[in-house]
Design a protein around this ligand. Structure first.
Ligand code: G4P
Length: 285
Protein backbone atom coordinates (compact mmCIF):
# COMPACT_ATOMS: atom_id res chain seq x y z
CA UNK A 1 0.00 0.00 0.00
CA UNK A 2 1.11 3.52 -0.66
CA UNK A 3 -0.32 6.85 0.30
CA UNK A 4 -0.16 10.26 -1.16
CA UNK A 5 1.69 12.74 0.98
CA UNK A 6 0.02 16.11 1.15
CA UNK A 7 1.25 19.04 3.25
CA UNK A 8 -1.48 18.19 5.78
CA UNK A 9 -0.24 14.61 6.09
CA UNK A 10 3.30 15.81 6.54
CA UNK A 11 2.38 18.31 9.24
CA UNK A 12 0.40 15.61 11.08
CA UNK A 13 3.23 13.10 10.82
CA UNK A 14 5.69 15.66 12.10
CA UNK A 15 3.51 16.55 15.09
CA UNK A 16 2.94 12.90 16.00
CA UNK A 17 6.60 12.08 15.74
CA UNK A 18 7.54 15.09 17.86
CA UNK A 19 5.10 13.82 20.53
CA UNK A 20 6.52 10.30 20.46
CA UNK A 21 10.06 11.64 20.55
CA UNK A 22 9.42 13.10 23.98
CA UNK A 23 8.92 9.58 25.35
CA UNK A 24 12.14 8.03 24.06
CA UNK A 25 15.86 8.14 24.80
CA UNK A 26 16.96 7.20 21.31
CA UNK A 27 15.59 7.18 17.77
CA UNK A 28 16.20 4.25 15.46
CA UNK A 29 16.06 5.56 11.91
CA UNK A 30 15.66 2.87 9.27
CA UNK A 31 17.16 3.55 5.84
CA UNK A 32 17.37 1.32 2.81
CA UNK A 33 21.06 0.36 2.47
CA UNK A 34 20.73 0.63 -1.32
CA UNK A 35 19.74 4.30 -1.09
CA UNK A 36 20.90 5.74 2.25
CA UNK A 37 20.56 9.29 0.96
CA UNK A 38 17.31 9.02 -1.00
CA UNK A 39 15.54 7.05 1.78
CA UNK A 40 16.31 9.70 4.39
CA UNK A 41 13.42 11.91 5.42
CA UNK A 42 14.37 15.57 5.09
CA UNK A 43 12.53 16.71 8.24
CA UNK A 44 13.89 14.26 10.77
CA UNK A 45 17.14 16.14 11.38
CA UNK A 46 15.16 19.18 12.50
CA UNK A 47 12.88 17.44 14.99
CA UNK A 48 15.38 15.02 16.44
CA UNK A 49 17.49 17.75 18.06
CA UNK A 50 20.41 16.32 19.99
CA UNK A 51 18.68 13.04 20.85
CA UNK A 52 20.97 10.08 20.11
CA UNK A 53 20.25 8.44 16.78
CA UNK A 54 20.88 4.90 15.62
CA UNK A 55 20.83 4.60 11.84
CA UNK A 56 19.99 1.16 10.48
CA UNK A 57 21.10 0.45 6.92
CA UNK A 58 18.50 -2.24 6.32
CA UNK A 59 18.29 -4.69 3.40
CA UNK A 60 22.07 -4.95 3.39
CA UNK A 61 21.62 -8.33 1.70
CA UNK A 62 20.55 -6.43 -1.43
CA UNK A 63 23.18 -3.64 -1.30
CA UNK A 64 26.81 -3.47 -2.39
CA UNK A 65 28.74 -4.50 0.73
CA UNK A 66 31.77 -2.28 0.06
CA UNK A 67 29.54 0.74 -0.35
CA UNK A 68 27.68 -0.19 2.85
CA UNK A 69 31.04 -0.17 4.68
CA UNK A 70 31.73 3.30 3.28
CA UNK A 71 28.32 4.52 4.44
CA UNK A 72 28.93 3.13 7.92
CA UNK A 73 32.22 5.06 8.13
CA UNK A 74 30.58 8.24 6.84
CA UNK A 75 27.64 8.01 9.27
CA UNK A 76 30.03 7.46 12.19
CA UNK A 77 31.94 10.56 11.14
CA UNK A 78 28.59 12.42 11.12
CA UNK A 79 28.13 11.56 14.82
CA UNK A 80 25.33 8.97 14.57
CA UNK A 81 25.43 5.27 15.45
CA UNK A 82 25.10 3.17 12.31
CA UNK A 83 24.48 -0.55 11.92
CA UNK A 84 23.90 -2.56 8.74
CA UNK A 85 21.26 -5.27 8.90
CA UNK A 86 19.19 -7.79 7.09
CA UNK A 87 15.95 -7.14 8.96
CA UNK A 88 14.80 -10.71 8.46
CA UNK A 89 17.76 -12.36 10.17
CA UNK A 90 17.71 -13.70 13.74
CA UNK A 91 20.62 -11.52 14.94
CA UNK A 92 18.70 -8.25 14.49
CA UNK A 93 17.81 -7.73 18.15
CA UNK A 94 21.39 -8.23 19.37
CA UNK A 95 22.83 -5.88 16.75
CA UNK A 96 20.30 -3.14 17.42
CA UNK A 97 20.60 -3.59 21.18
CA UNK A 98 24.40 -3.24 21.08
CA UNK A 99 24.16 -0.09 18.97
CA UNK A 100 21.40 1.42 21.10
CA UNK A 101 23.40 0.80 24.28
CA UNK A 102 26.40 2.51 22.73
CA UNK A 103 24.32 5.47 21.54
CA UNK A 104 22.73 6.05 24.97
CA UNK A 105 25.77 5.31 27.12
CA UNK A 106 26.32 8.93 28.14
CA UNK A 107 22.66 9.51 29.06
CA UNK A 108 22.55 6.49 31.32
CA UNK A 109 25.93 7.25 32.89
CA UNK A 110 24.62 10.73 33.69
CA UNK A 111 21.47 9.23 35.26
CA UNK A 112 23.60 6.89 37.33
CA UNK A 113 25.74 9.75 38.61
CA UNK A 114 22.57 11.55 39.66
CA UNK A 115 21.48 8.44 41.55
CA UNK A 116 18.49 7.74 39.26
CA UNK A 117 17.44 4.08 39.24
CA UNK A 118 18.42 2.24 36.09
CA UNK A 119 15.56 1.52 33.68
CA UNK A 120 15.17 0.11 30.19
CA UNK A 121 16.33 2.24 27.27
CA UNK A 122 13.28 3.63 25.46
CA UNK A 123 13.44 3.69 21.70
CA UNK A 124 11.26 4.28 18.68
CA UNK A 125 11.63 3.26 15.07
CA UNK A 126 11.09 5.75 12.26
CA UNK A 127 11.48 5.72 8.51
CA UNK A 128 9.83 6.17 5.13
CA UNK A 129 7.50 3.43 3.80
CA UNK A 130 8.91 0.06 2.82
CA UNK A 131 12.37 0.34 4.38
CA UNK A 132 11.56 -2.56 6.73
CA UNK A 133 10.23 -0.92 9.90
CA UNK A 134 7.50 -3.55 10.55
CA UNK A 135 9.85 -6.39 9.68
CA UNK A 136 12.36 -5.18 12.25
CA UNK A 137 9.76 -4.50 14.98
CA UNK A 138 8.23 -7.95 14.50
CA UNK A 139 11.64 -9.54 14.50
CA UNK A 140 12.69 -7.75 17.70
CA UNK A 141 9.36 -8.33 19.46
CA UNK A 142 9.47 -12.01 18.49
CA UNK A 143 5.81 -11.78 17.60
CA UNK A 144 3.66 -10.14 15.02
CA UNK A 145 2.73 -6.68 16.25
CA UNK A 146 -0.20 -4.88 14.69
CA UNK A 147 0.29 -4.11 11.01
CA UNK A 148 0.54 -0.37 10.84
CA UNK A 149 0.41 0.12 7.10
CA UNK A 150 2.03 3.15 5.66
CA UNK A 151 -0.13 5.75 7.30
CA UNK A 152 1.57 9.01 8.08
CA UNK A 153 3.05 9.61 11.50
CA UNK A 154 2.21 7.11 14.19
CA UNK A 155 -1.09 5.43 15.01
CA UNK A 156 -2.68 6.45 18.29
CA UNK A 157 -2.59 3.49 20.64
CA UNK A 158 1.09 3.08 21.19
CA UNK A 159 2.41 0.49 23.58
CA UNK A 160 5.82 -0.39 24.86
CA UNK A 161 7.14 -3.76 23.85
CA UNK A 162 10.04 -5.50 25.51
CA UNK A 163 12.97 -5.85 23.18
CA UNK A 164 15.57 -8.08 24.81
CA UNK A 165 16.57 -7.28 28.36
CA UNK A 166 17.79 -3.71 27.96
CA UNK A 167 15.35 -2.02 25.64
CA UNK A 168 11.70 -1.05 25.33
CA UNK A 169 10.32 -0.12 21.97
CA UNK A 170 7.22 1.75 20.88
CA UNK A 171 5.21 -0.87 18.98
CA UNK A 172 4.18 1.46 16.16
CA UNK A 173 6.84 3.05 14.00
CA UNK A 174 6.89 6.67 12.91
CA UNK A 175 6.10 6.70 9.21
CA UNK A 176 7.88 9.54 7.45
CA UNK A 177 7.43 10.86 3.94
CA UNK A 178 10.04 10.25 1.27
CA UNK A 179 12.09 12.97 -0.37
CA UNK A 180 10.51 14.74 -3.31
CA UNK A 181 13.60 16.73 -4.18
CA UNK A 182 14.45 15.76 -7.72
CA UNK A 183 13.80 13.24 -10.42
CA UNK A 184 16.74 10.96 -9.73
CA UNK A 185 15.70 10.57 -6.09
CA UNK A 186 12.19 9.62 -7.24
CA UNK A 187 13.70 7.09 -9.61
CA UNK A 188 15.83 5.54 -6.87
CA UNK A 189 12.86 5.38 -4.48
CA UNK A 190 10.76 3.77 -7.12
CA UNK A 191 13.46 1.36 -8.24
CA UNK A 192 13.79 0.05 -4.69
CA UNK A 193 10.01 -0.11 -4.15
CA UNK A 194 9.71 2.72 -1.61
CA UNK A 195 7.18 4.61 -3.70
CA UNK A 196 4.42 3.39 -5.92
CA UNK A 197 5.35 2.77 -9.52
CA UNK A 198 2.77 5.06 -11.05
CA UNK A 199 4.21 8.15 -9.36
CA UNK A 200 7.30 8.02 -11.53
CA UNK A 201 7.46 7.25 -15.23
CA UNK A 202 8.37 3.56 -15.59
CA UNK A 203 10.48 4.12 -18.71
CA UNK A 204 12.59 6.64 -16.84
CA UNK A 205 13.16 4.19 -13.97
CA UNK A 206 14.28 1.42 -16.32
CA UNK A 207 16.54 3.85 -18.20
CA UNK A 208 18.05 5.02 -14.91
CA UNK A 209 18.66 1.39 -13.83
CA UNK A 210 20.21 0.40 -17.15
CA UNK A 211 22.49 3.46 -17.29
CA UNK A 212 23.61 2.75 -13.72
CA UNK A 213 24.45 -0.85 -14.54
CA UNK A 214 26.06 0.07 -17.87
CA UNK A 215 28.38 2.41 -15.97
CA UNK A 216 29.04 0.39 -12.83
CA UNK A 217 28.21 -3.24 -13.59
CA UNK A 218 28.61 -3.85 -17.30
CA UNK A 219 29.82 -7.46 -17.13
CA UNK A 220 27.09 -8.49 -14.71
CA UNK A 221 24.43 -6.85 -16.88
CA UNK A 222 25.70 -8.58 -20.01
CA UNK A 223 25.87 -11.90 -18.27
CA UNK A 224 22.45 -11.71 -16.64
CA UNK A 225 20.57 -10.89 -19.85
CA UNK A 226 22.94 -12.78 -22.11
CA UNK A 227 23.64 -9.66 -24.16
CA UNK A 228 26.78 -7.95 -25.39
CA UNK A 229 26.70 -4.21 -24.89
CA UNK A 230 29.58 -1.87 -24.07
CA UNK A 231 29.89 1.41 -22.19
CA UNK A 232 28.96 3.41 -25.30
CA UNK A 233 25.90 1.44 -26.39
CA UNK A 234 22.85 3.70 -26.81
CA UNK A 235 20.05 3.10 -24.32
CA UNK A 236 17.52 2.06 -26.99
CA UNK A 237 19.96 -0.56 -28.23
CA UNK A 238 20.20 -1.97 -24.71
CA UNK A 239 16.40 -2.29 -24.61
CA UNK A 240 16.53 -3.98 -28.03
CA UNK A 241 19.25 -6.38 -26.92
CA UNK A 242 17.34 -7.43 -23.79
CA UNK A 243 14.09 -7.77 -25.76
CA UNK A 244 15.83 -9.92 -28.36
CA UNK A 245 17.58 -12.06 -25.80
CA UNK A 246 14.41 -12.65 -23.76
CA UNK A 247 12.14 -13.00 -26.78
CA UNK A 248 9.92 -10.08 -25.73
CA UNK A 249 8.29 -9.48 -29.10
CA UNK A 250 4.97 -8.19 -30.32
CA UNK A 251 3.22 -9.00 -33.59
CA UNK A 252 5.38 -8.01 -36.53
CA UNK A 253 8.49 -9.02 -34.58
CA UNK A 254 8.68 -5.61 -32.87
CA UNK A 255 10.38 -5.45 -29.48
CA UNK A 256 7.86 -5.26 -26.64
CA UNK A 257 9.47 -2.34 -24.77
CA UNK A 258 6.88 -2.40 -22.02
CA UNK A 259 7.85 -5.94 -21.06
CA UNK A 260 11.55 -5.08 -21.17
CA UNK A 261 10.89 -2.06 -18.93
CA UNK A 262 9.00 -4.09 -16.32
CA UNK A 263 11.51 -6.92 -16.38
CA UNK A 264 14.47 -4.58 -15.87
CA UNK A 265 12.73 -2.80 -12.98
CA UNK A 266 11.74 -6.00 -11.17
CA UNK A 267 15.07 -7.74 -11.74
CA UNK A 268 16.89 -4.70 -10.35
CA UNK A 269 14.49 -4.19 -7.44
CA UNK A 270 14.77 -7.83 -6.40
CA UNK A 271 18.59 -7.68 -6.64
CA UNK A 272 18.57 -10.49 -9.20
CA UNK A 273 21.11 -8.84 -11.51
CA UNK A 274 23.42 -7.85 -8.68
CA UNK A 275 23.66 -6.07 -5.34
CA UNK A 276 23.66 -2.36 -6.01
CA UNK A 277 23.93 0.76 -3.90
CA UNK A 278 22.58 3.69 -5.89
CA UNK A 279 23.68 6.41 -3.46
CA UNK A 280 27.43 6.73 -3.04
CA UNK A 281 28.90 7.56 0.34
CA UNK A 282 31.72 9.46 -1.34
CA UNK A 283 31.62 12.10 -4.05
CA UNK A 284 31.23 9.68 -6.98
CA UNK A 285 27.81 9.76 -8.66
P1 G4P B 1 7.81 -0.84 6.35
O1 G4P B 1 7.20 -1.33 7.62
O2 G4P B 1 8.97 0.08 6.58
O3 G4P B 1 6.82 -0.22 5.41
O4 G4P B 1 8.45 -2.09 5.58
P2 G4P B 1 8.15 -3.65 5.76
O5 G4P B 1 8.66 -4.14 7.06
O6 G4P B 1 6.73 -3.91 5.42
O7 G4P B 1 9.10 -4.24 4.63
C1 G4P B 1 8.93 -3.95 3.25
C2 G4P B 1 9.42 -5.11 2.42
O8 G4P B 1 10.83 -5.25 2.60
C3 G4P B 1 8.83 -6.45 2.81
O9 G4P B 1 8.75 -7.23 1.61
C4 G4P B 1 9.89 -7.06 3.70
O10 G4P B 1 9.83 -8.48 3.75
C5 G4P B 1 11.14 -6.59 3.00
N1 G4P B 1 12.33 -6.52 3.87
C6 G4P B 1 12.43 -5.91 5.08
N2 G4P B 1 13.70 -5.99 5.56
C7 G4P B 1 14.42 -6.65 4.62
C8 G4P B 1 15.81 -7.01 4.50
O11 G4P B 1 16.66 -6.70 5.35
N3 G4P B 1 16.16 -7.69 3.37
C9 G4P B 1 15.27 -7.99 2.38
N4 G4P B 1 15.73 -8.65 1.31
N5 G4P B 1 13.97 -7.66 2.46
C10 G4P B 1 13.55 -6.99 3.55
P3 G4P B 1 7.42 -7.50 0.88
O12 G4P B 1 7.74 -8.26 -0.34
O13 G4P B 1 6.67 -6.20 0.74
O14 G4P B 1 6.62 -8.33 1.91
P4 G4P B 1 6.87 -9.86 2.38
O15 G4P B 1 6.09 -10.64 1.40
O16 G4P B 1 8.33 -10.14 2.32
O17 G4P B 1 6.32 -9.85 3.76
Amino acid sequence: MSINWFPGHMAKARRQIEESLKKVDVVIEILDARIPYASKNPMLDHVIGDKPRVVVLNKKDMANSKETDRWIARLKADGVYPVALNGKEPNVLKKIENTVVEATKEIFERMERKGINPRAIRAMIVGIPNVGKSTIINNIAKRKVAKTGNTPGVTKAQQWIKAGTKMELLDTPGVLWPKFEDESIGQKLSLTGAIKDNVVNLDDIAIYALRFMQKHYLDGLNKFYNINIDEDTEIVEIFDAIGQSRGFKMSGNEIDYERVTEKVIYDTRDAKIGKFTFDFAGAEE
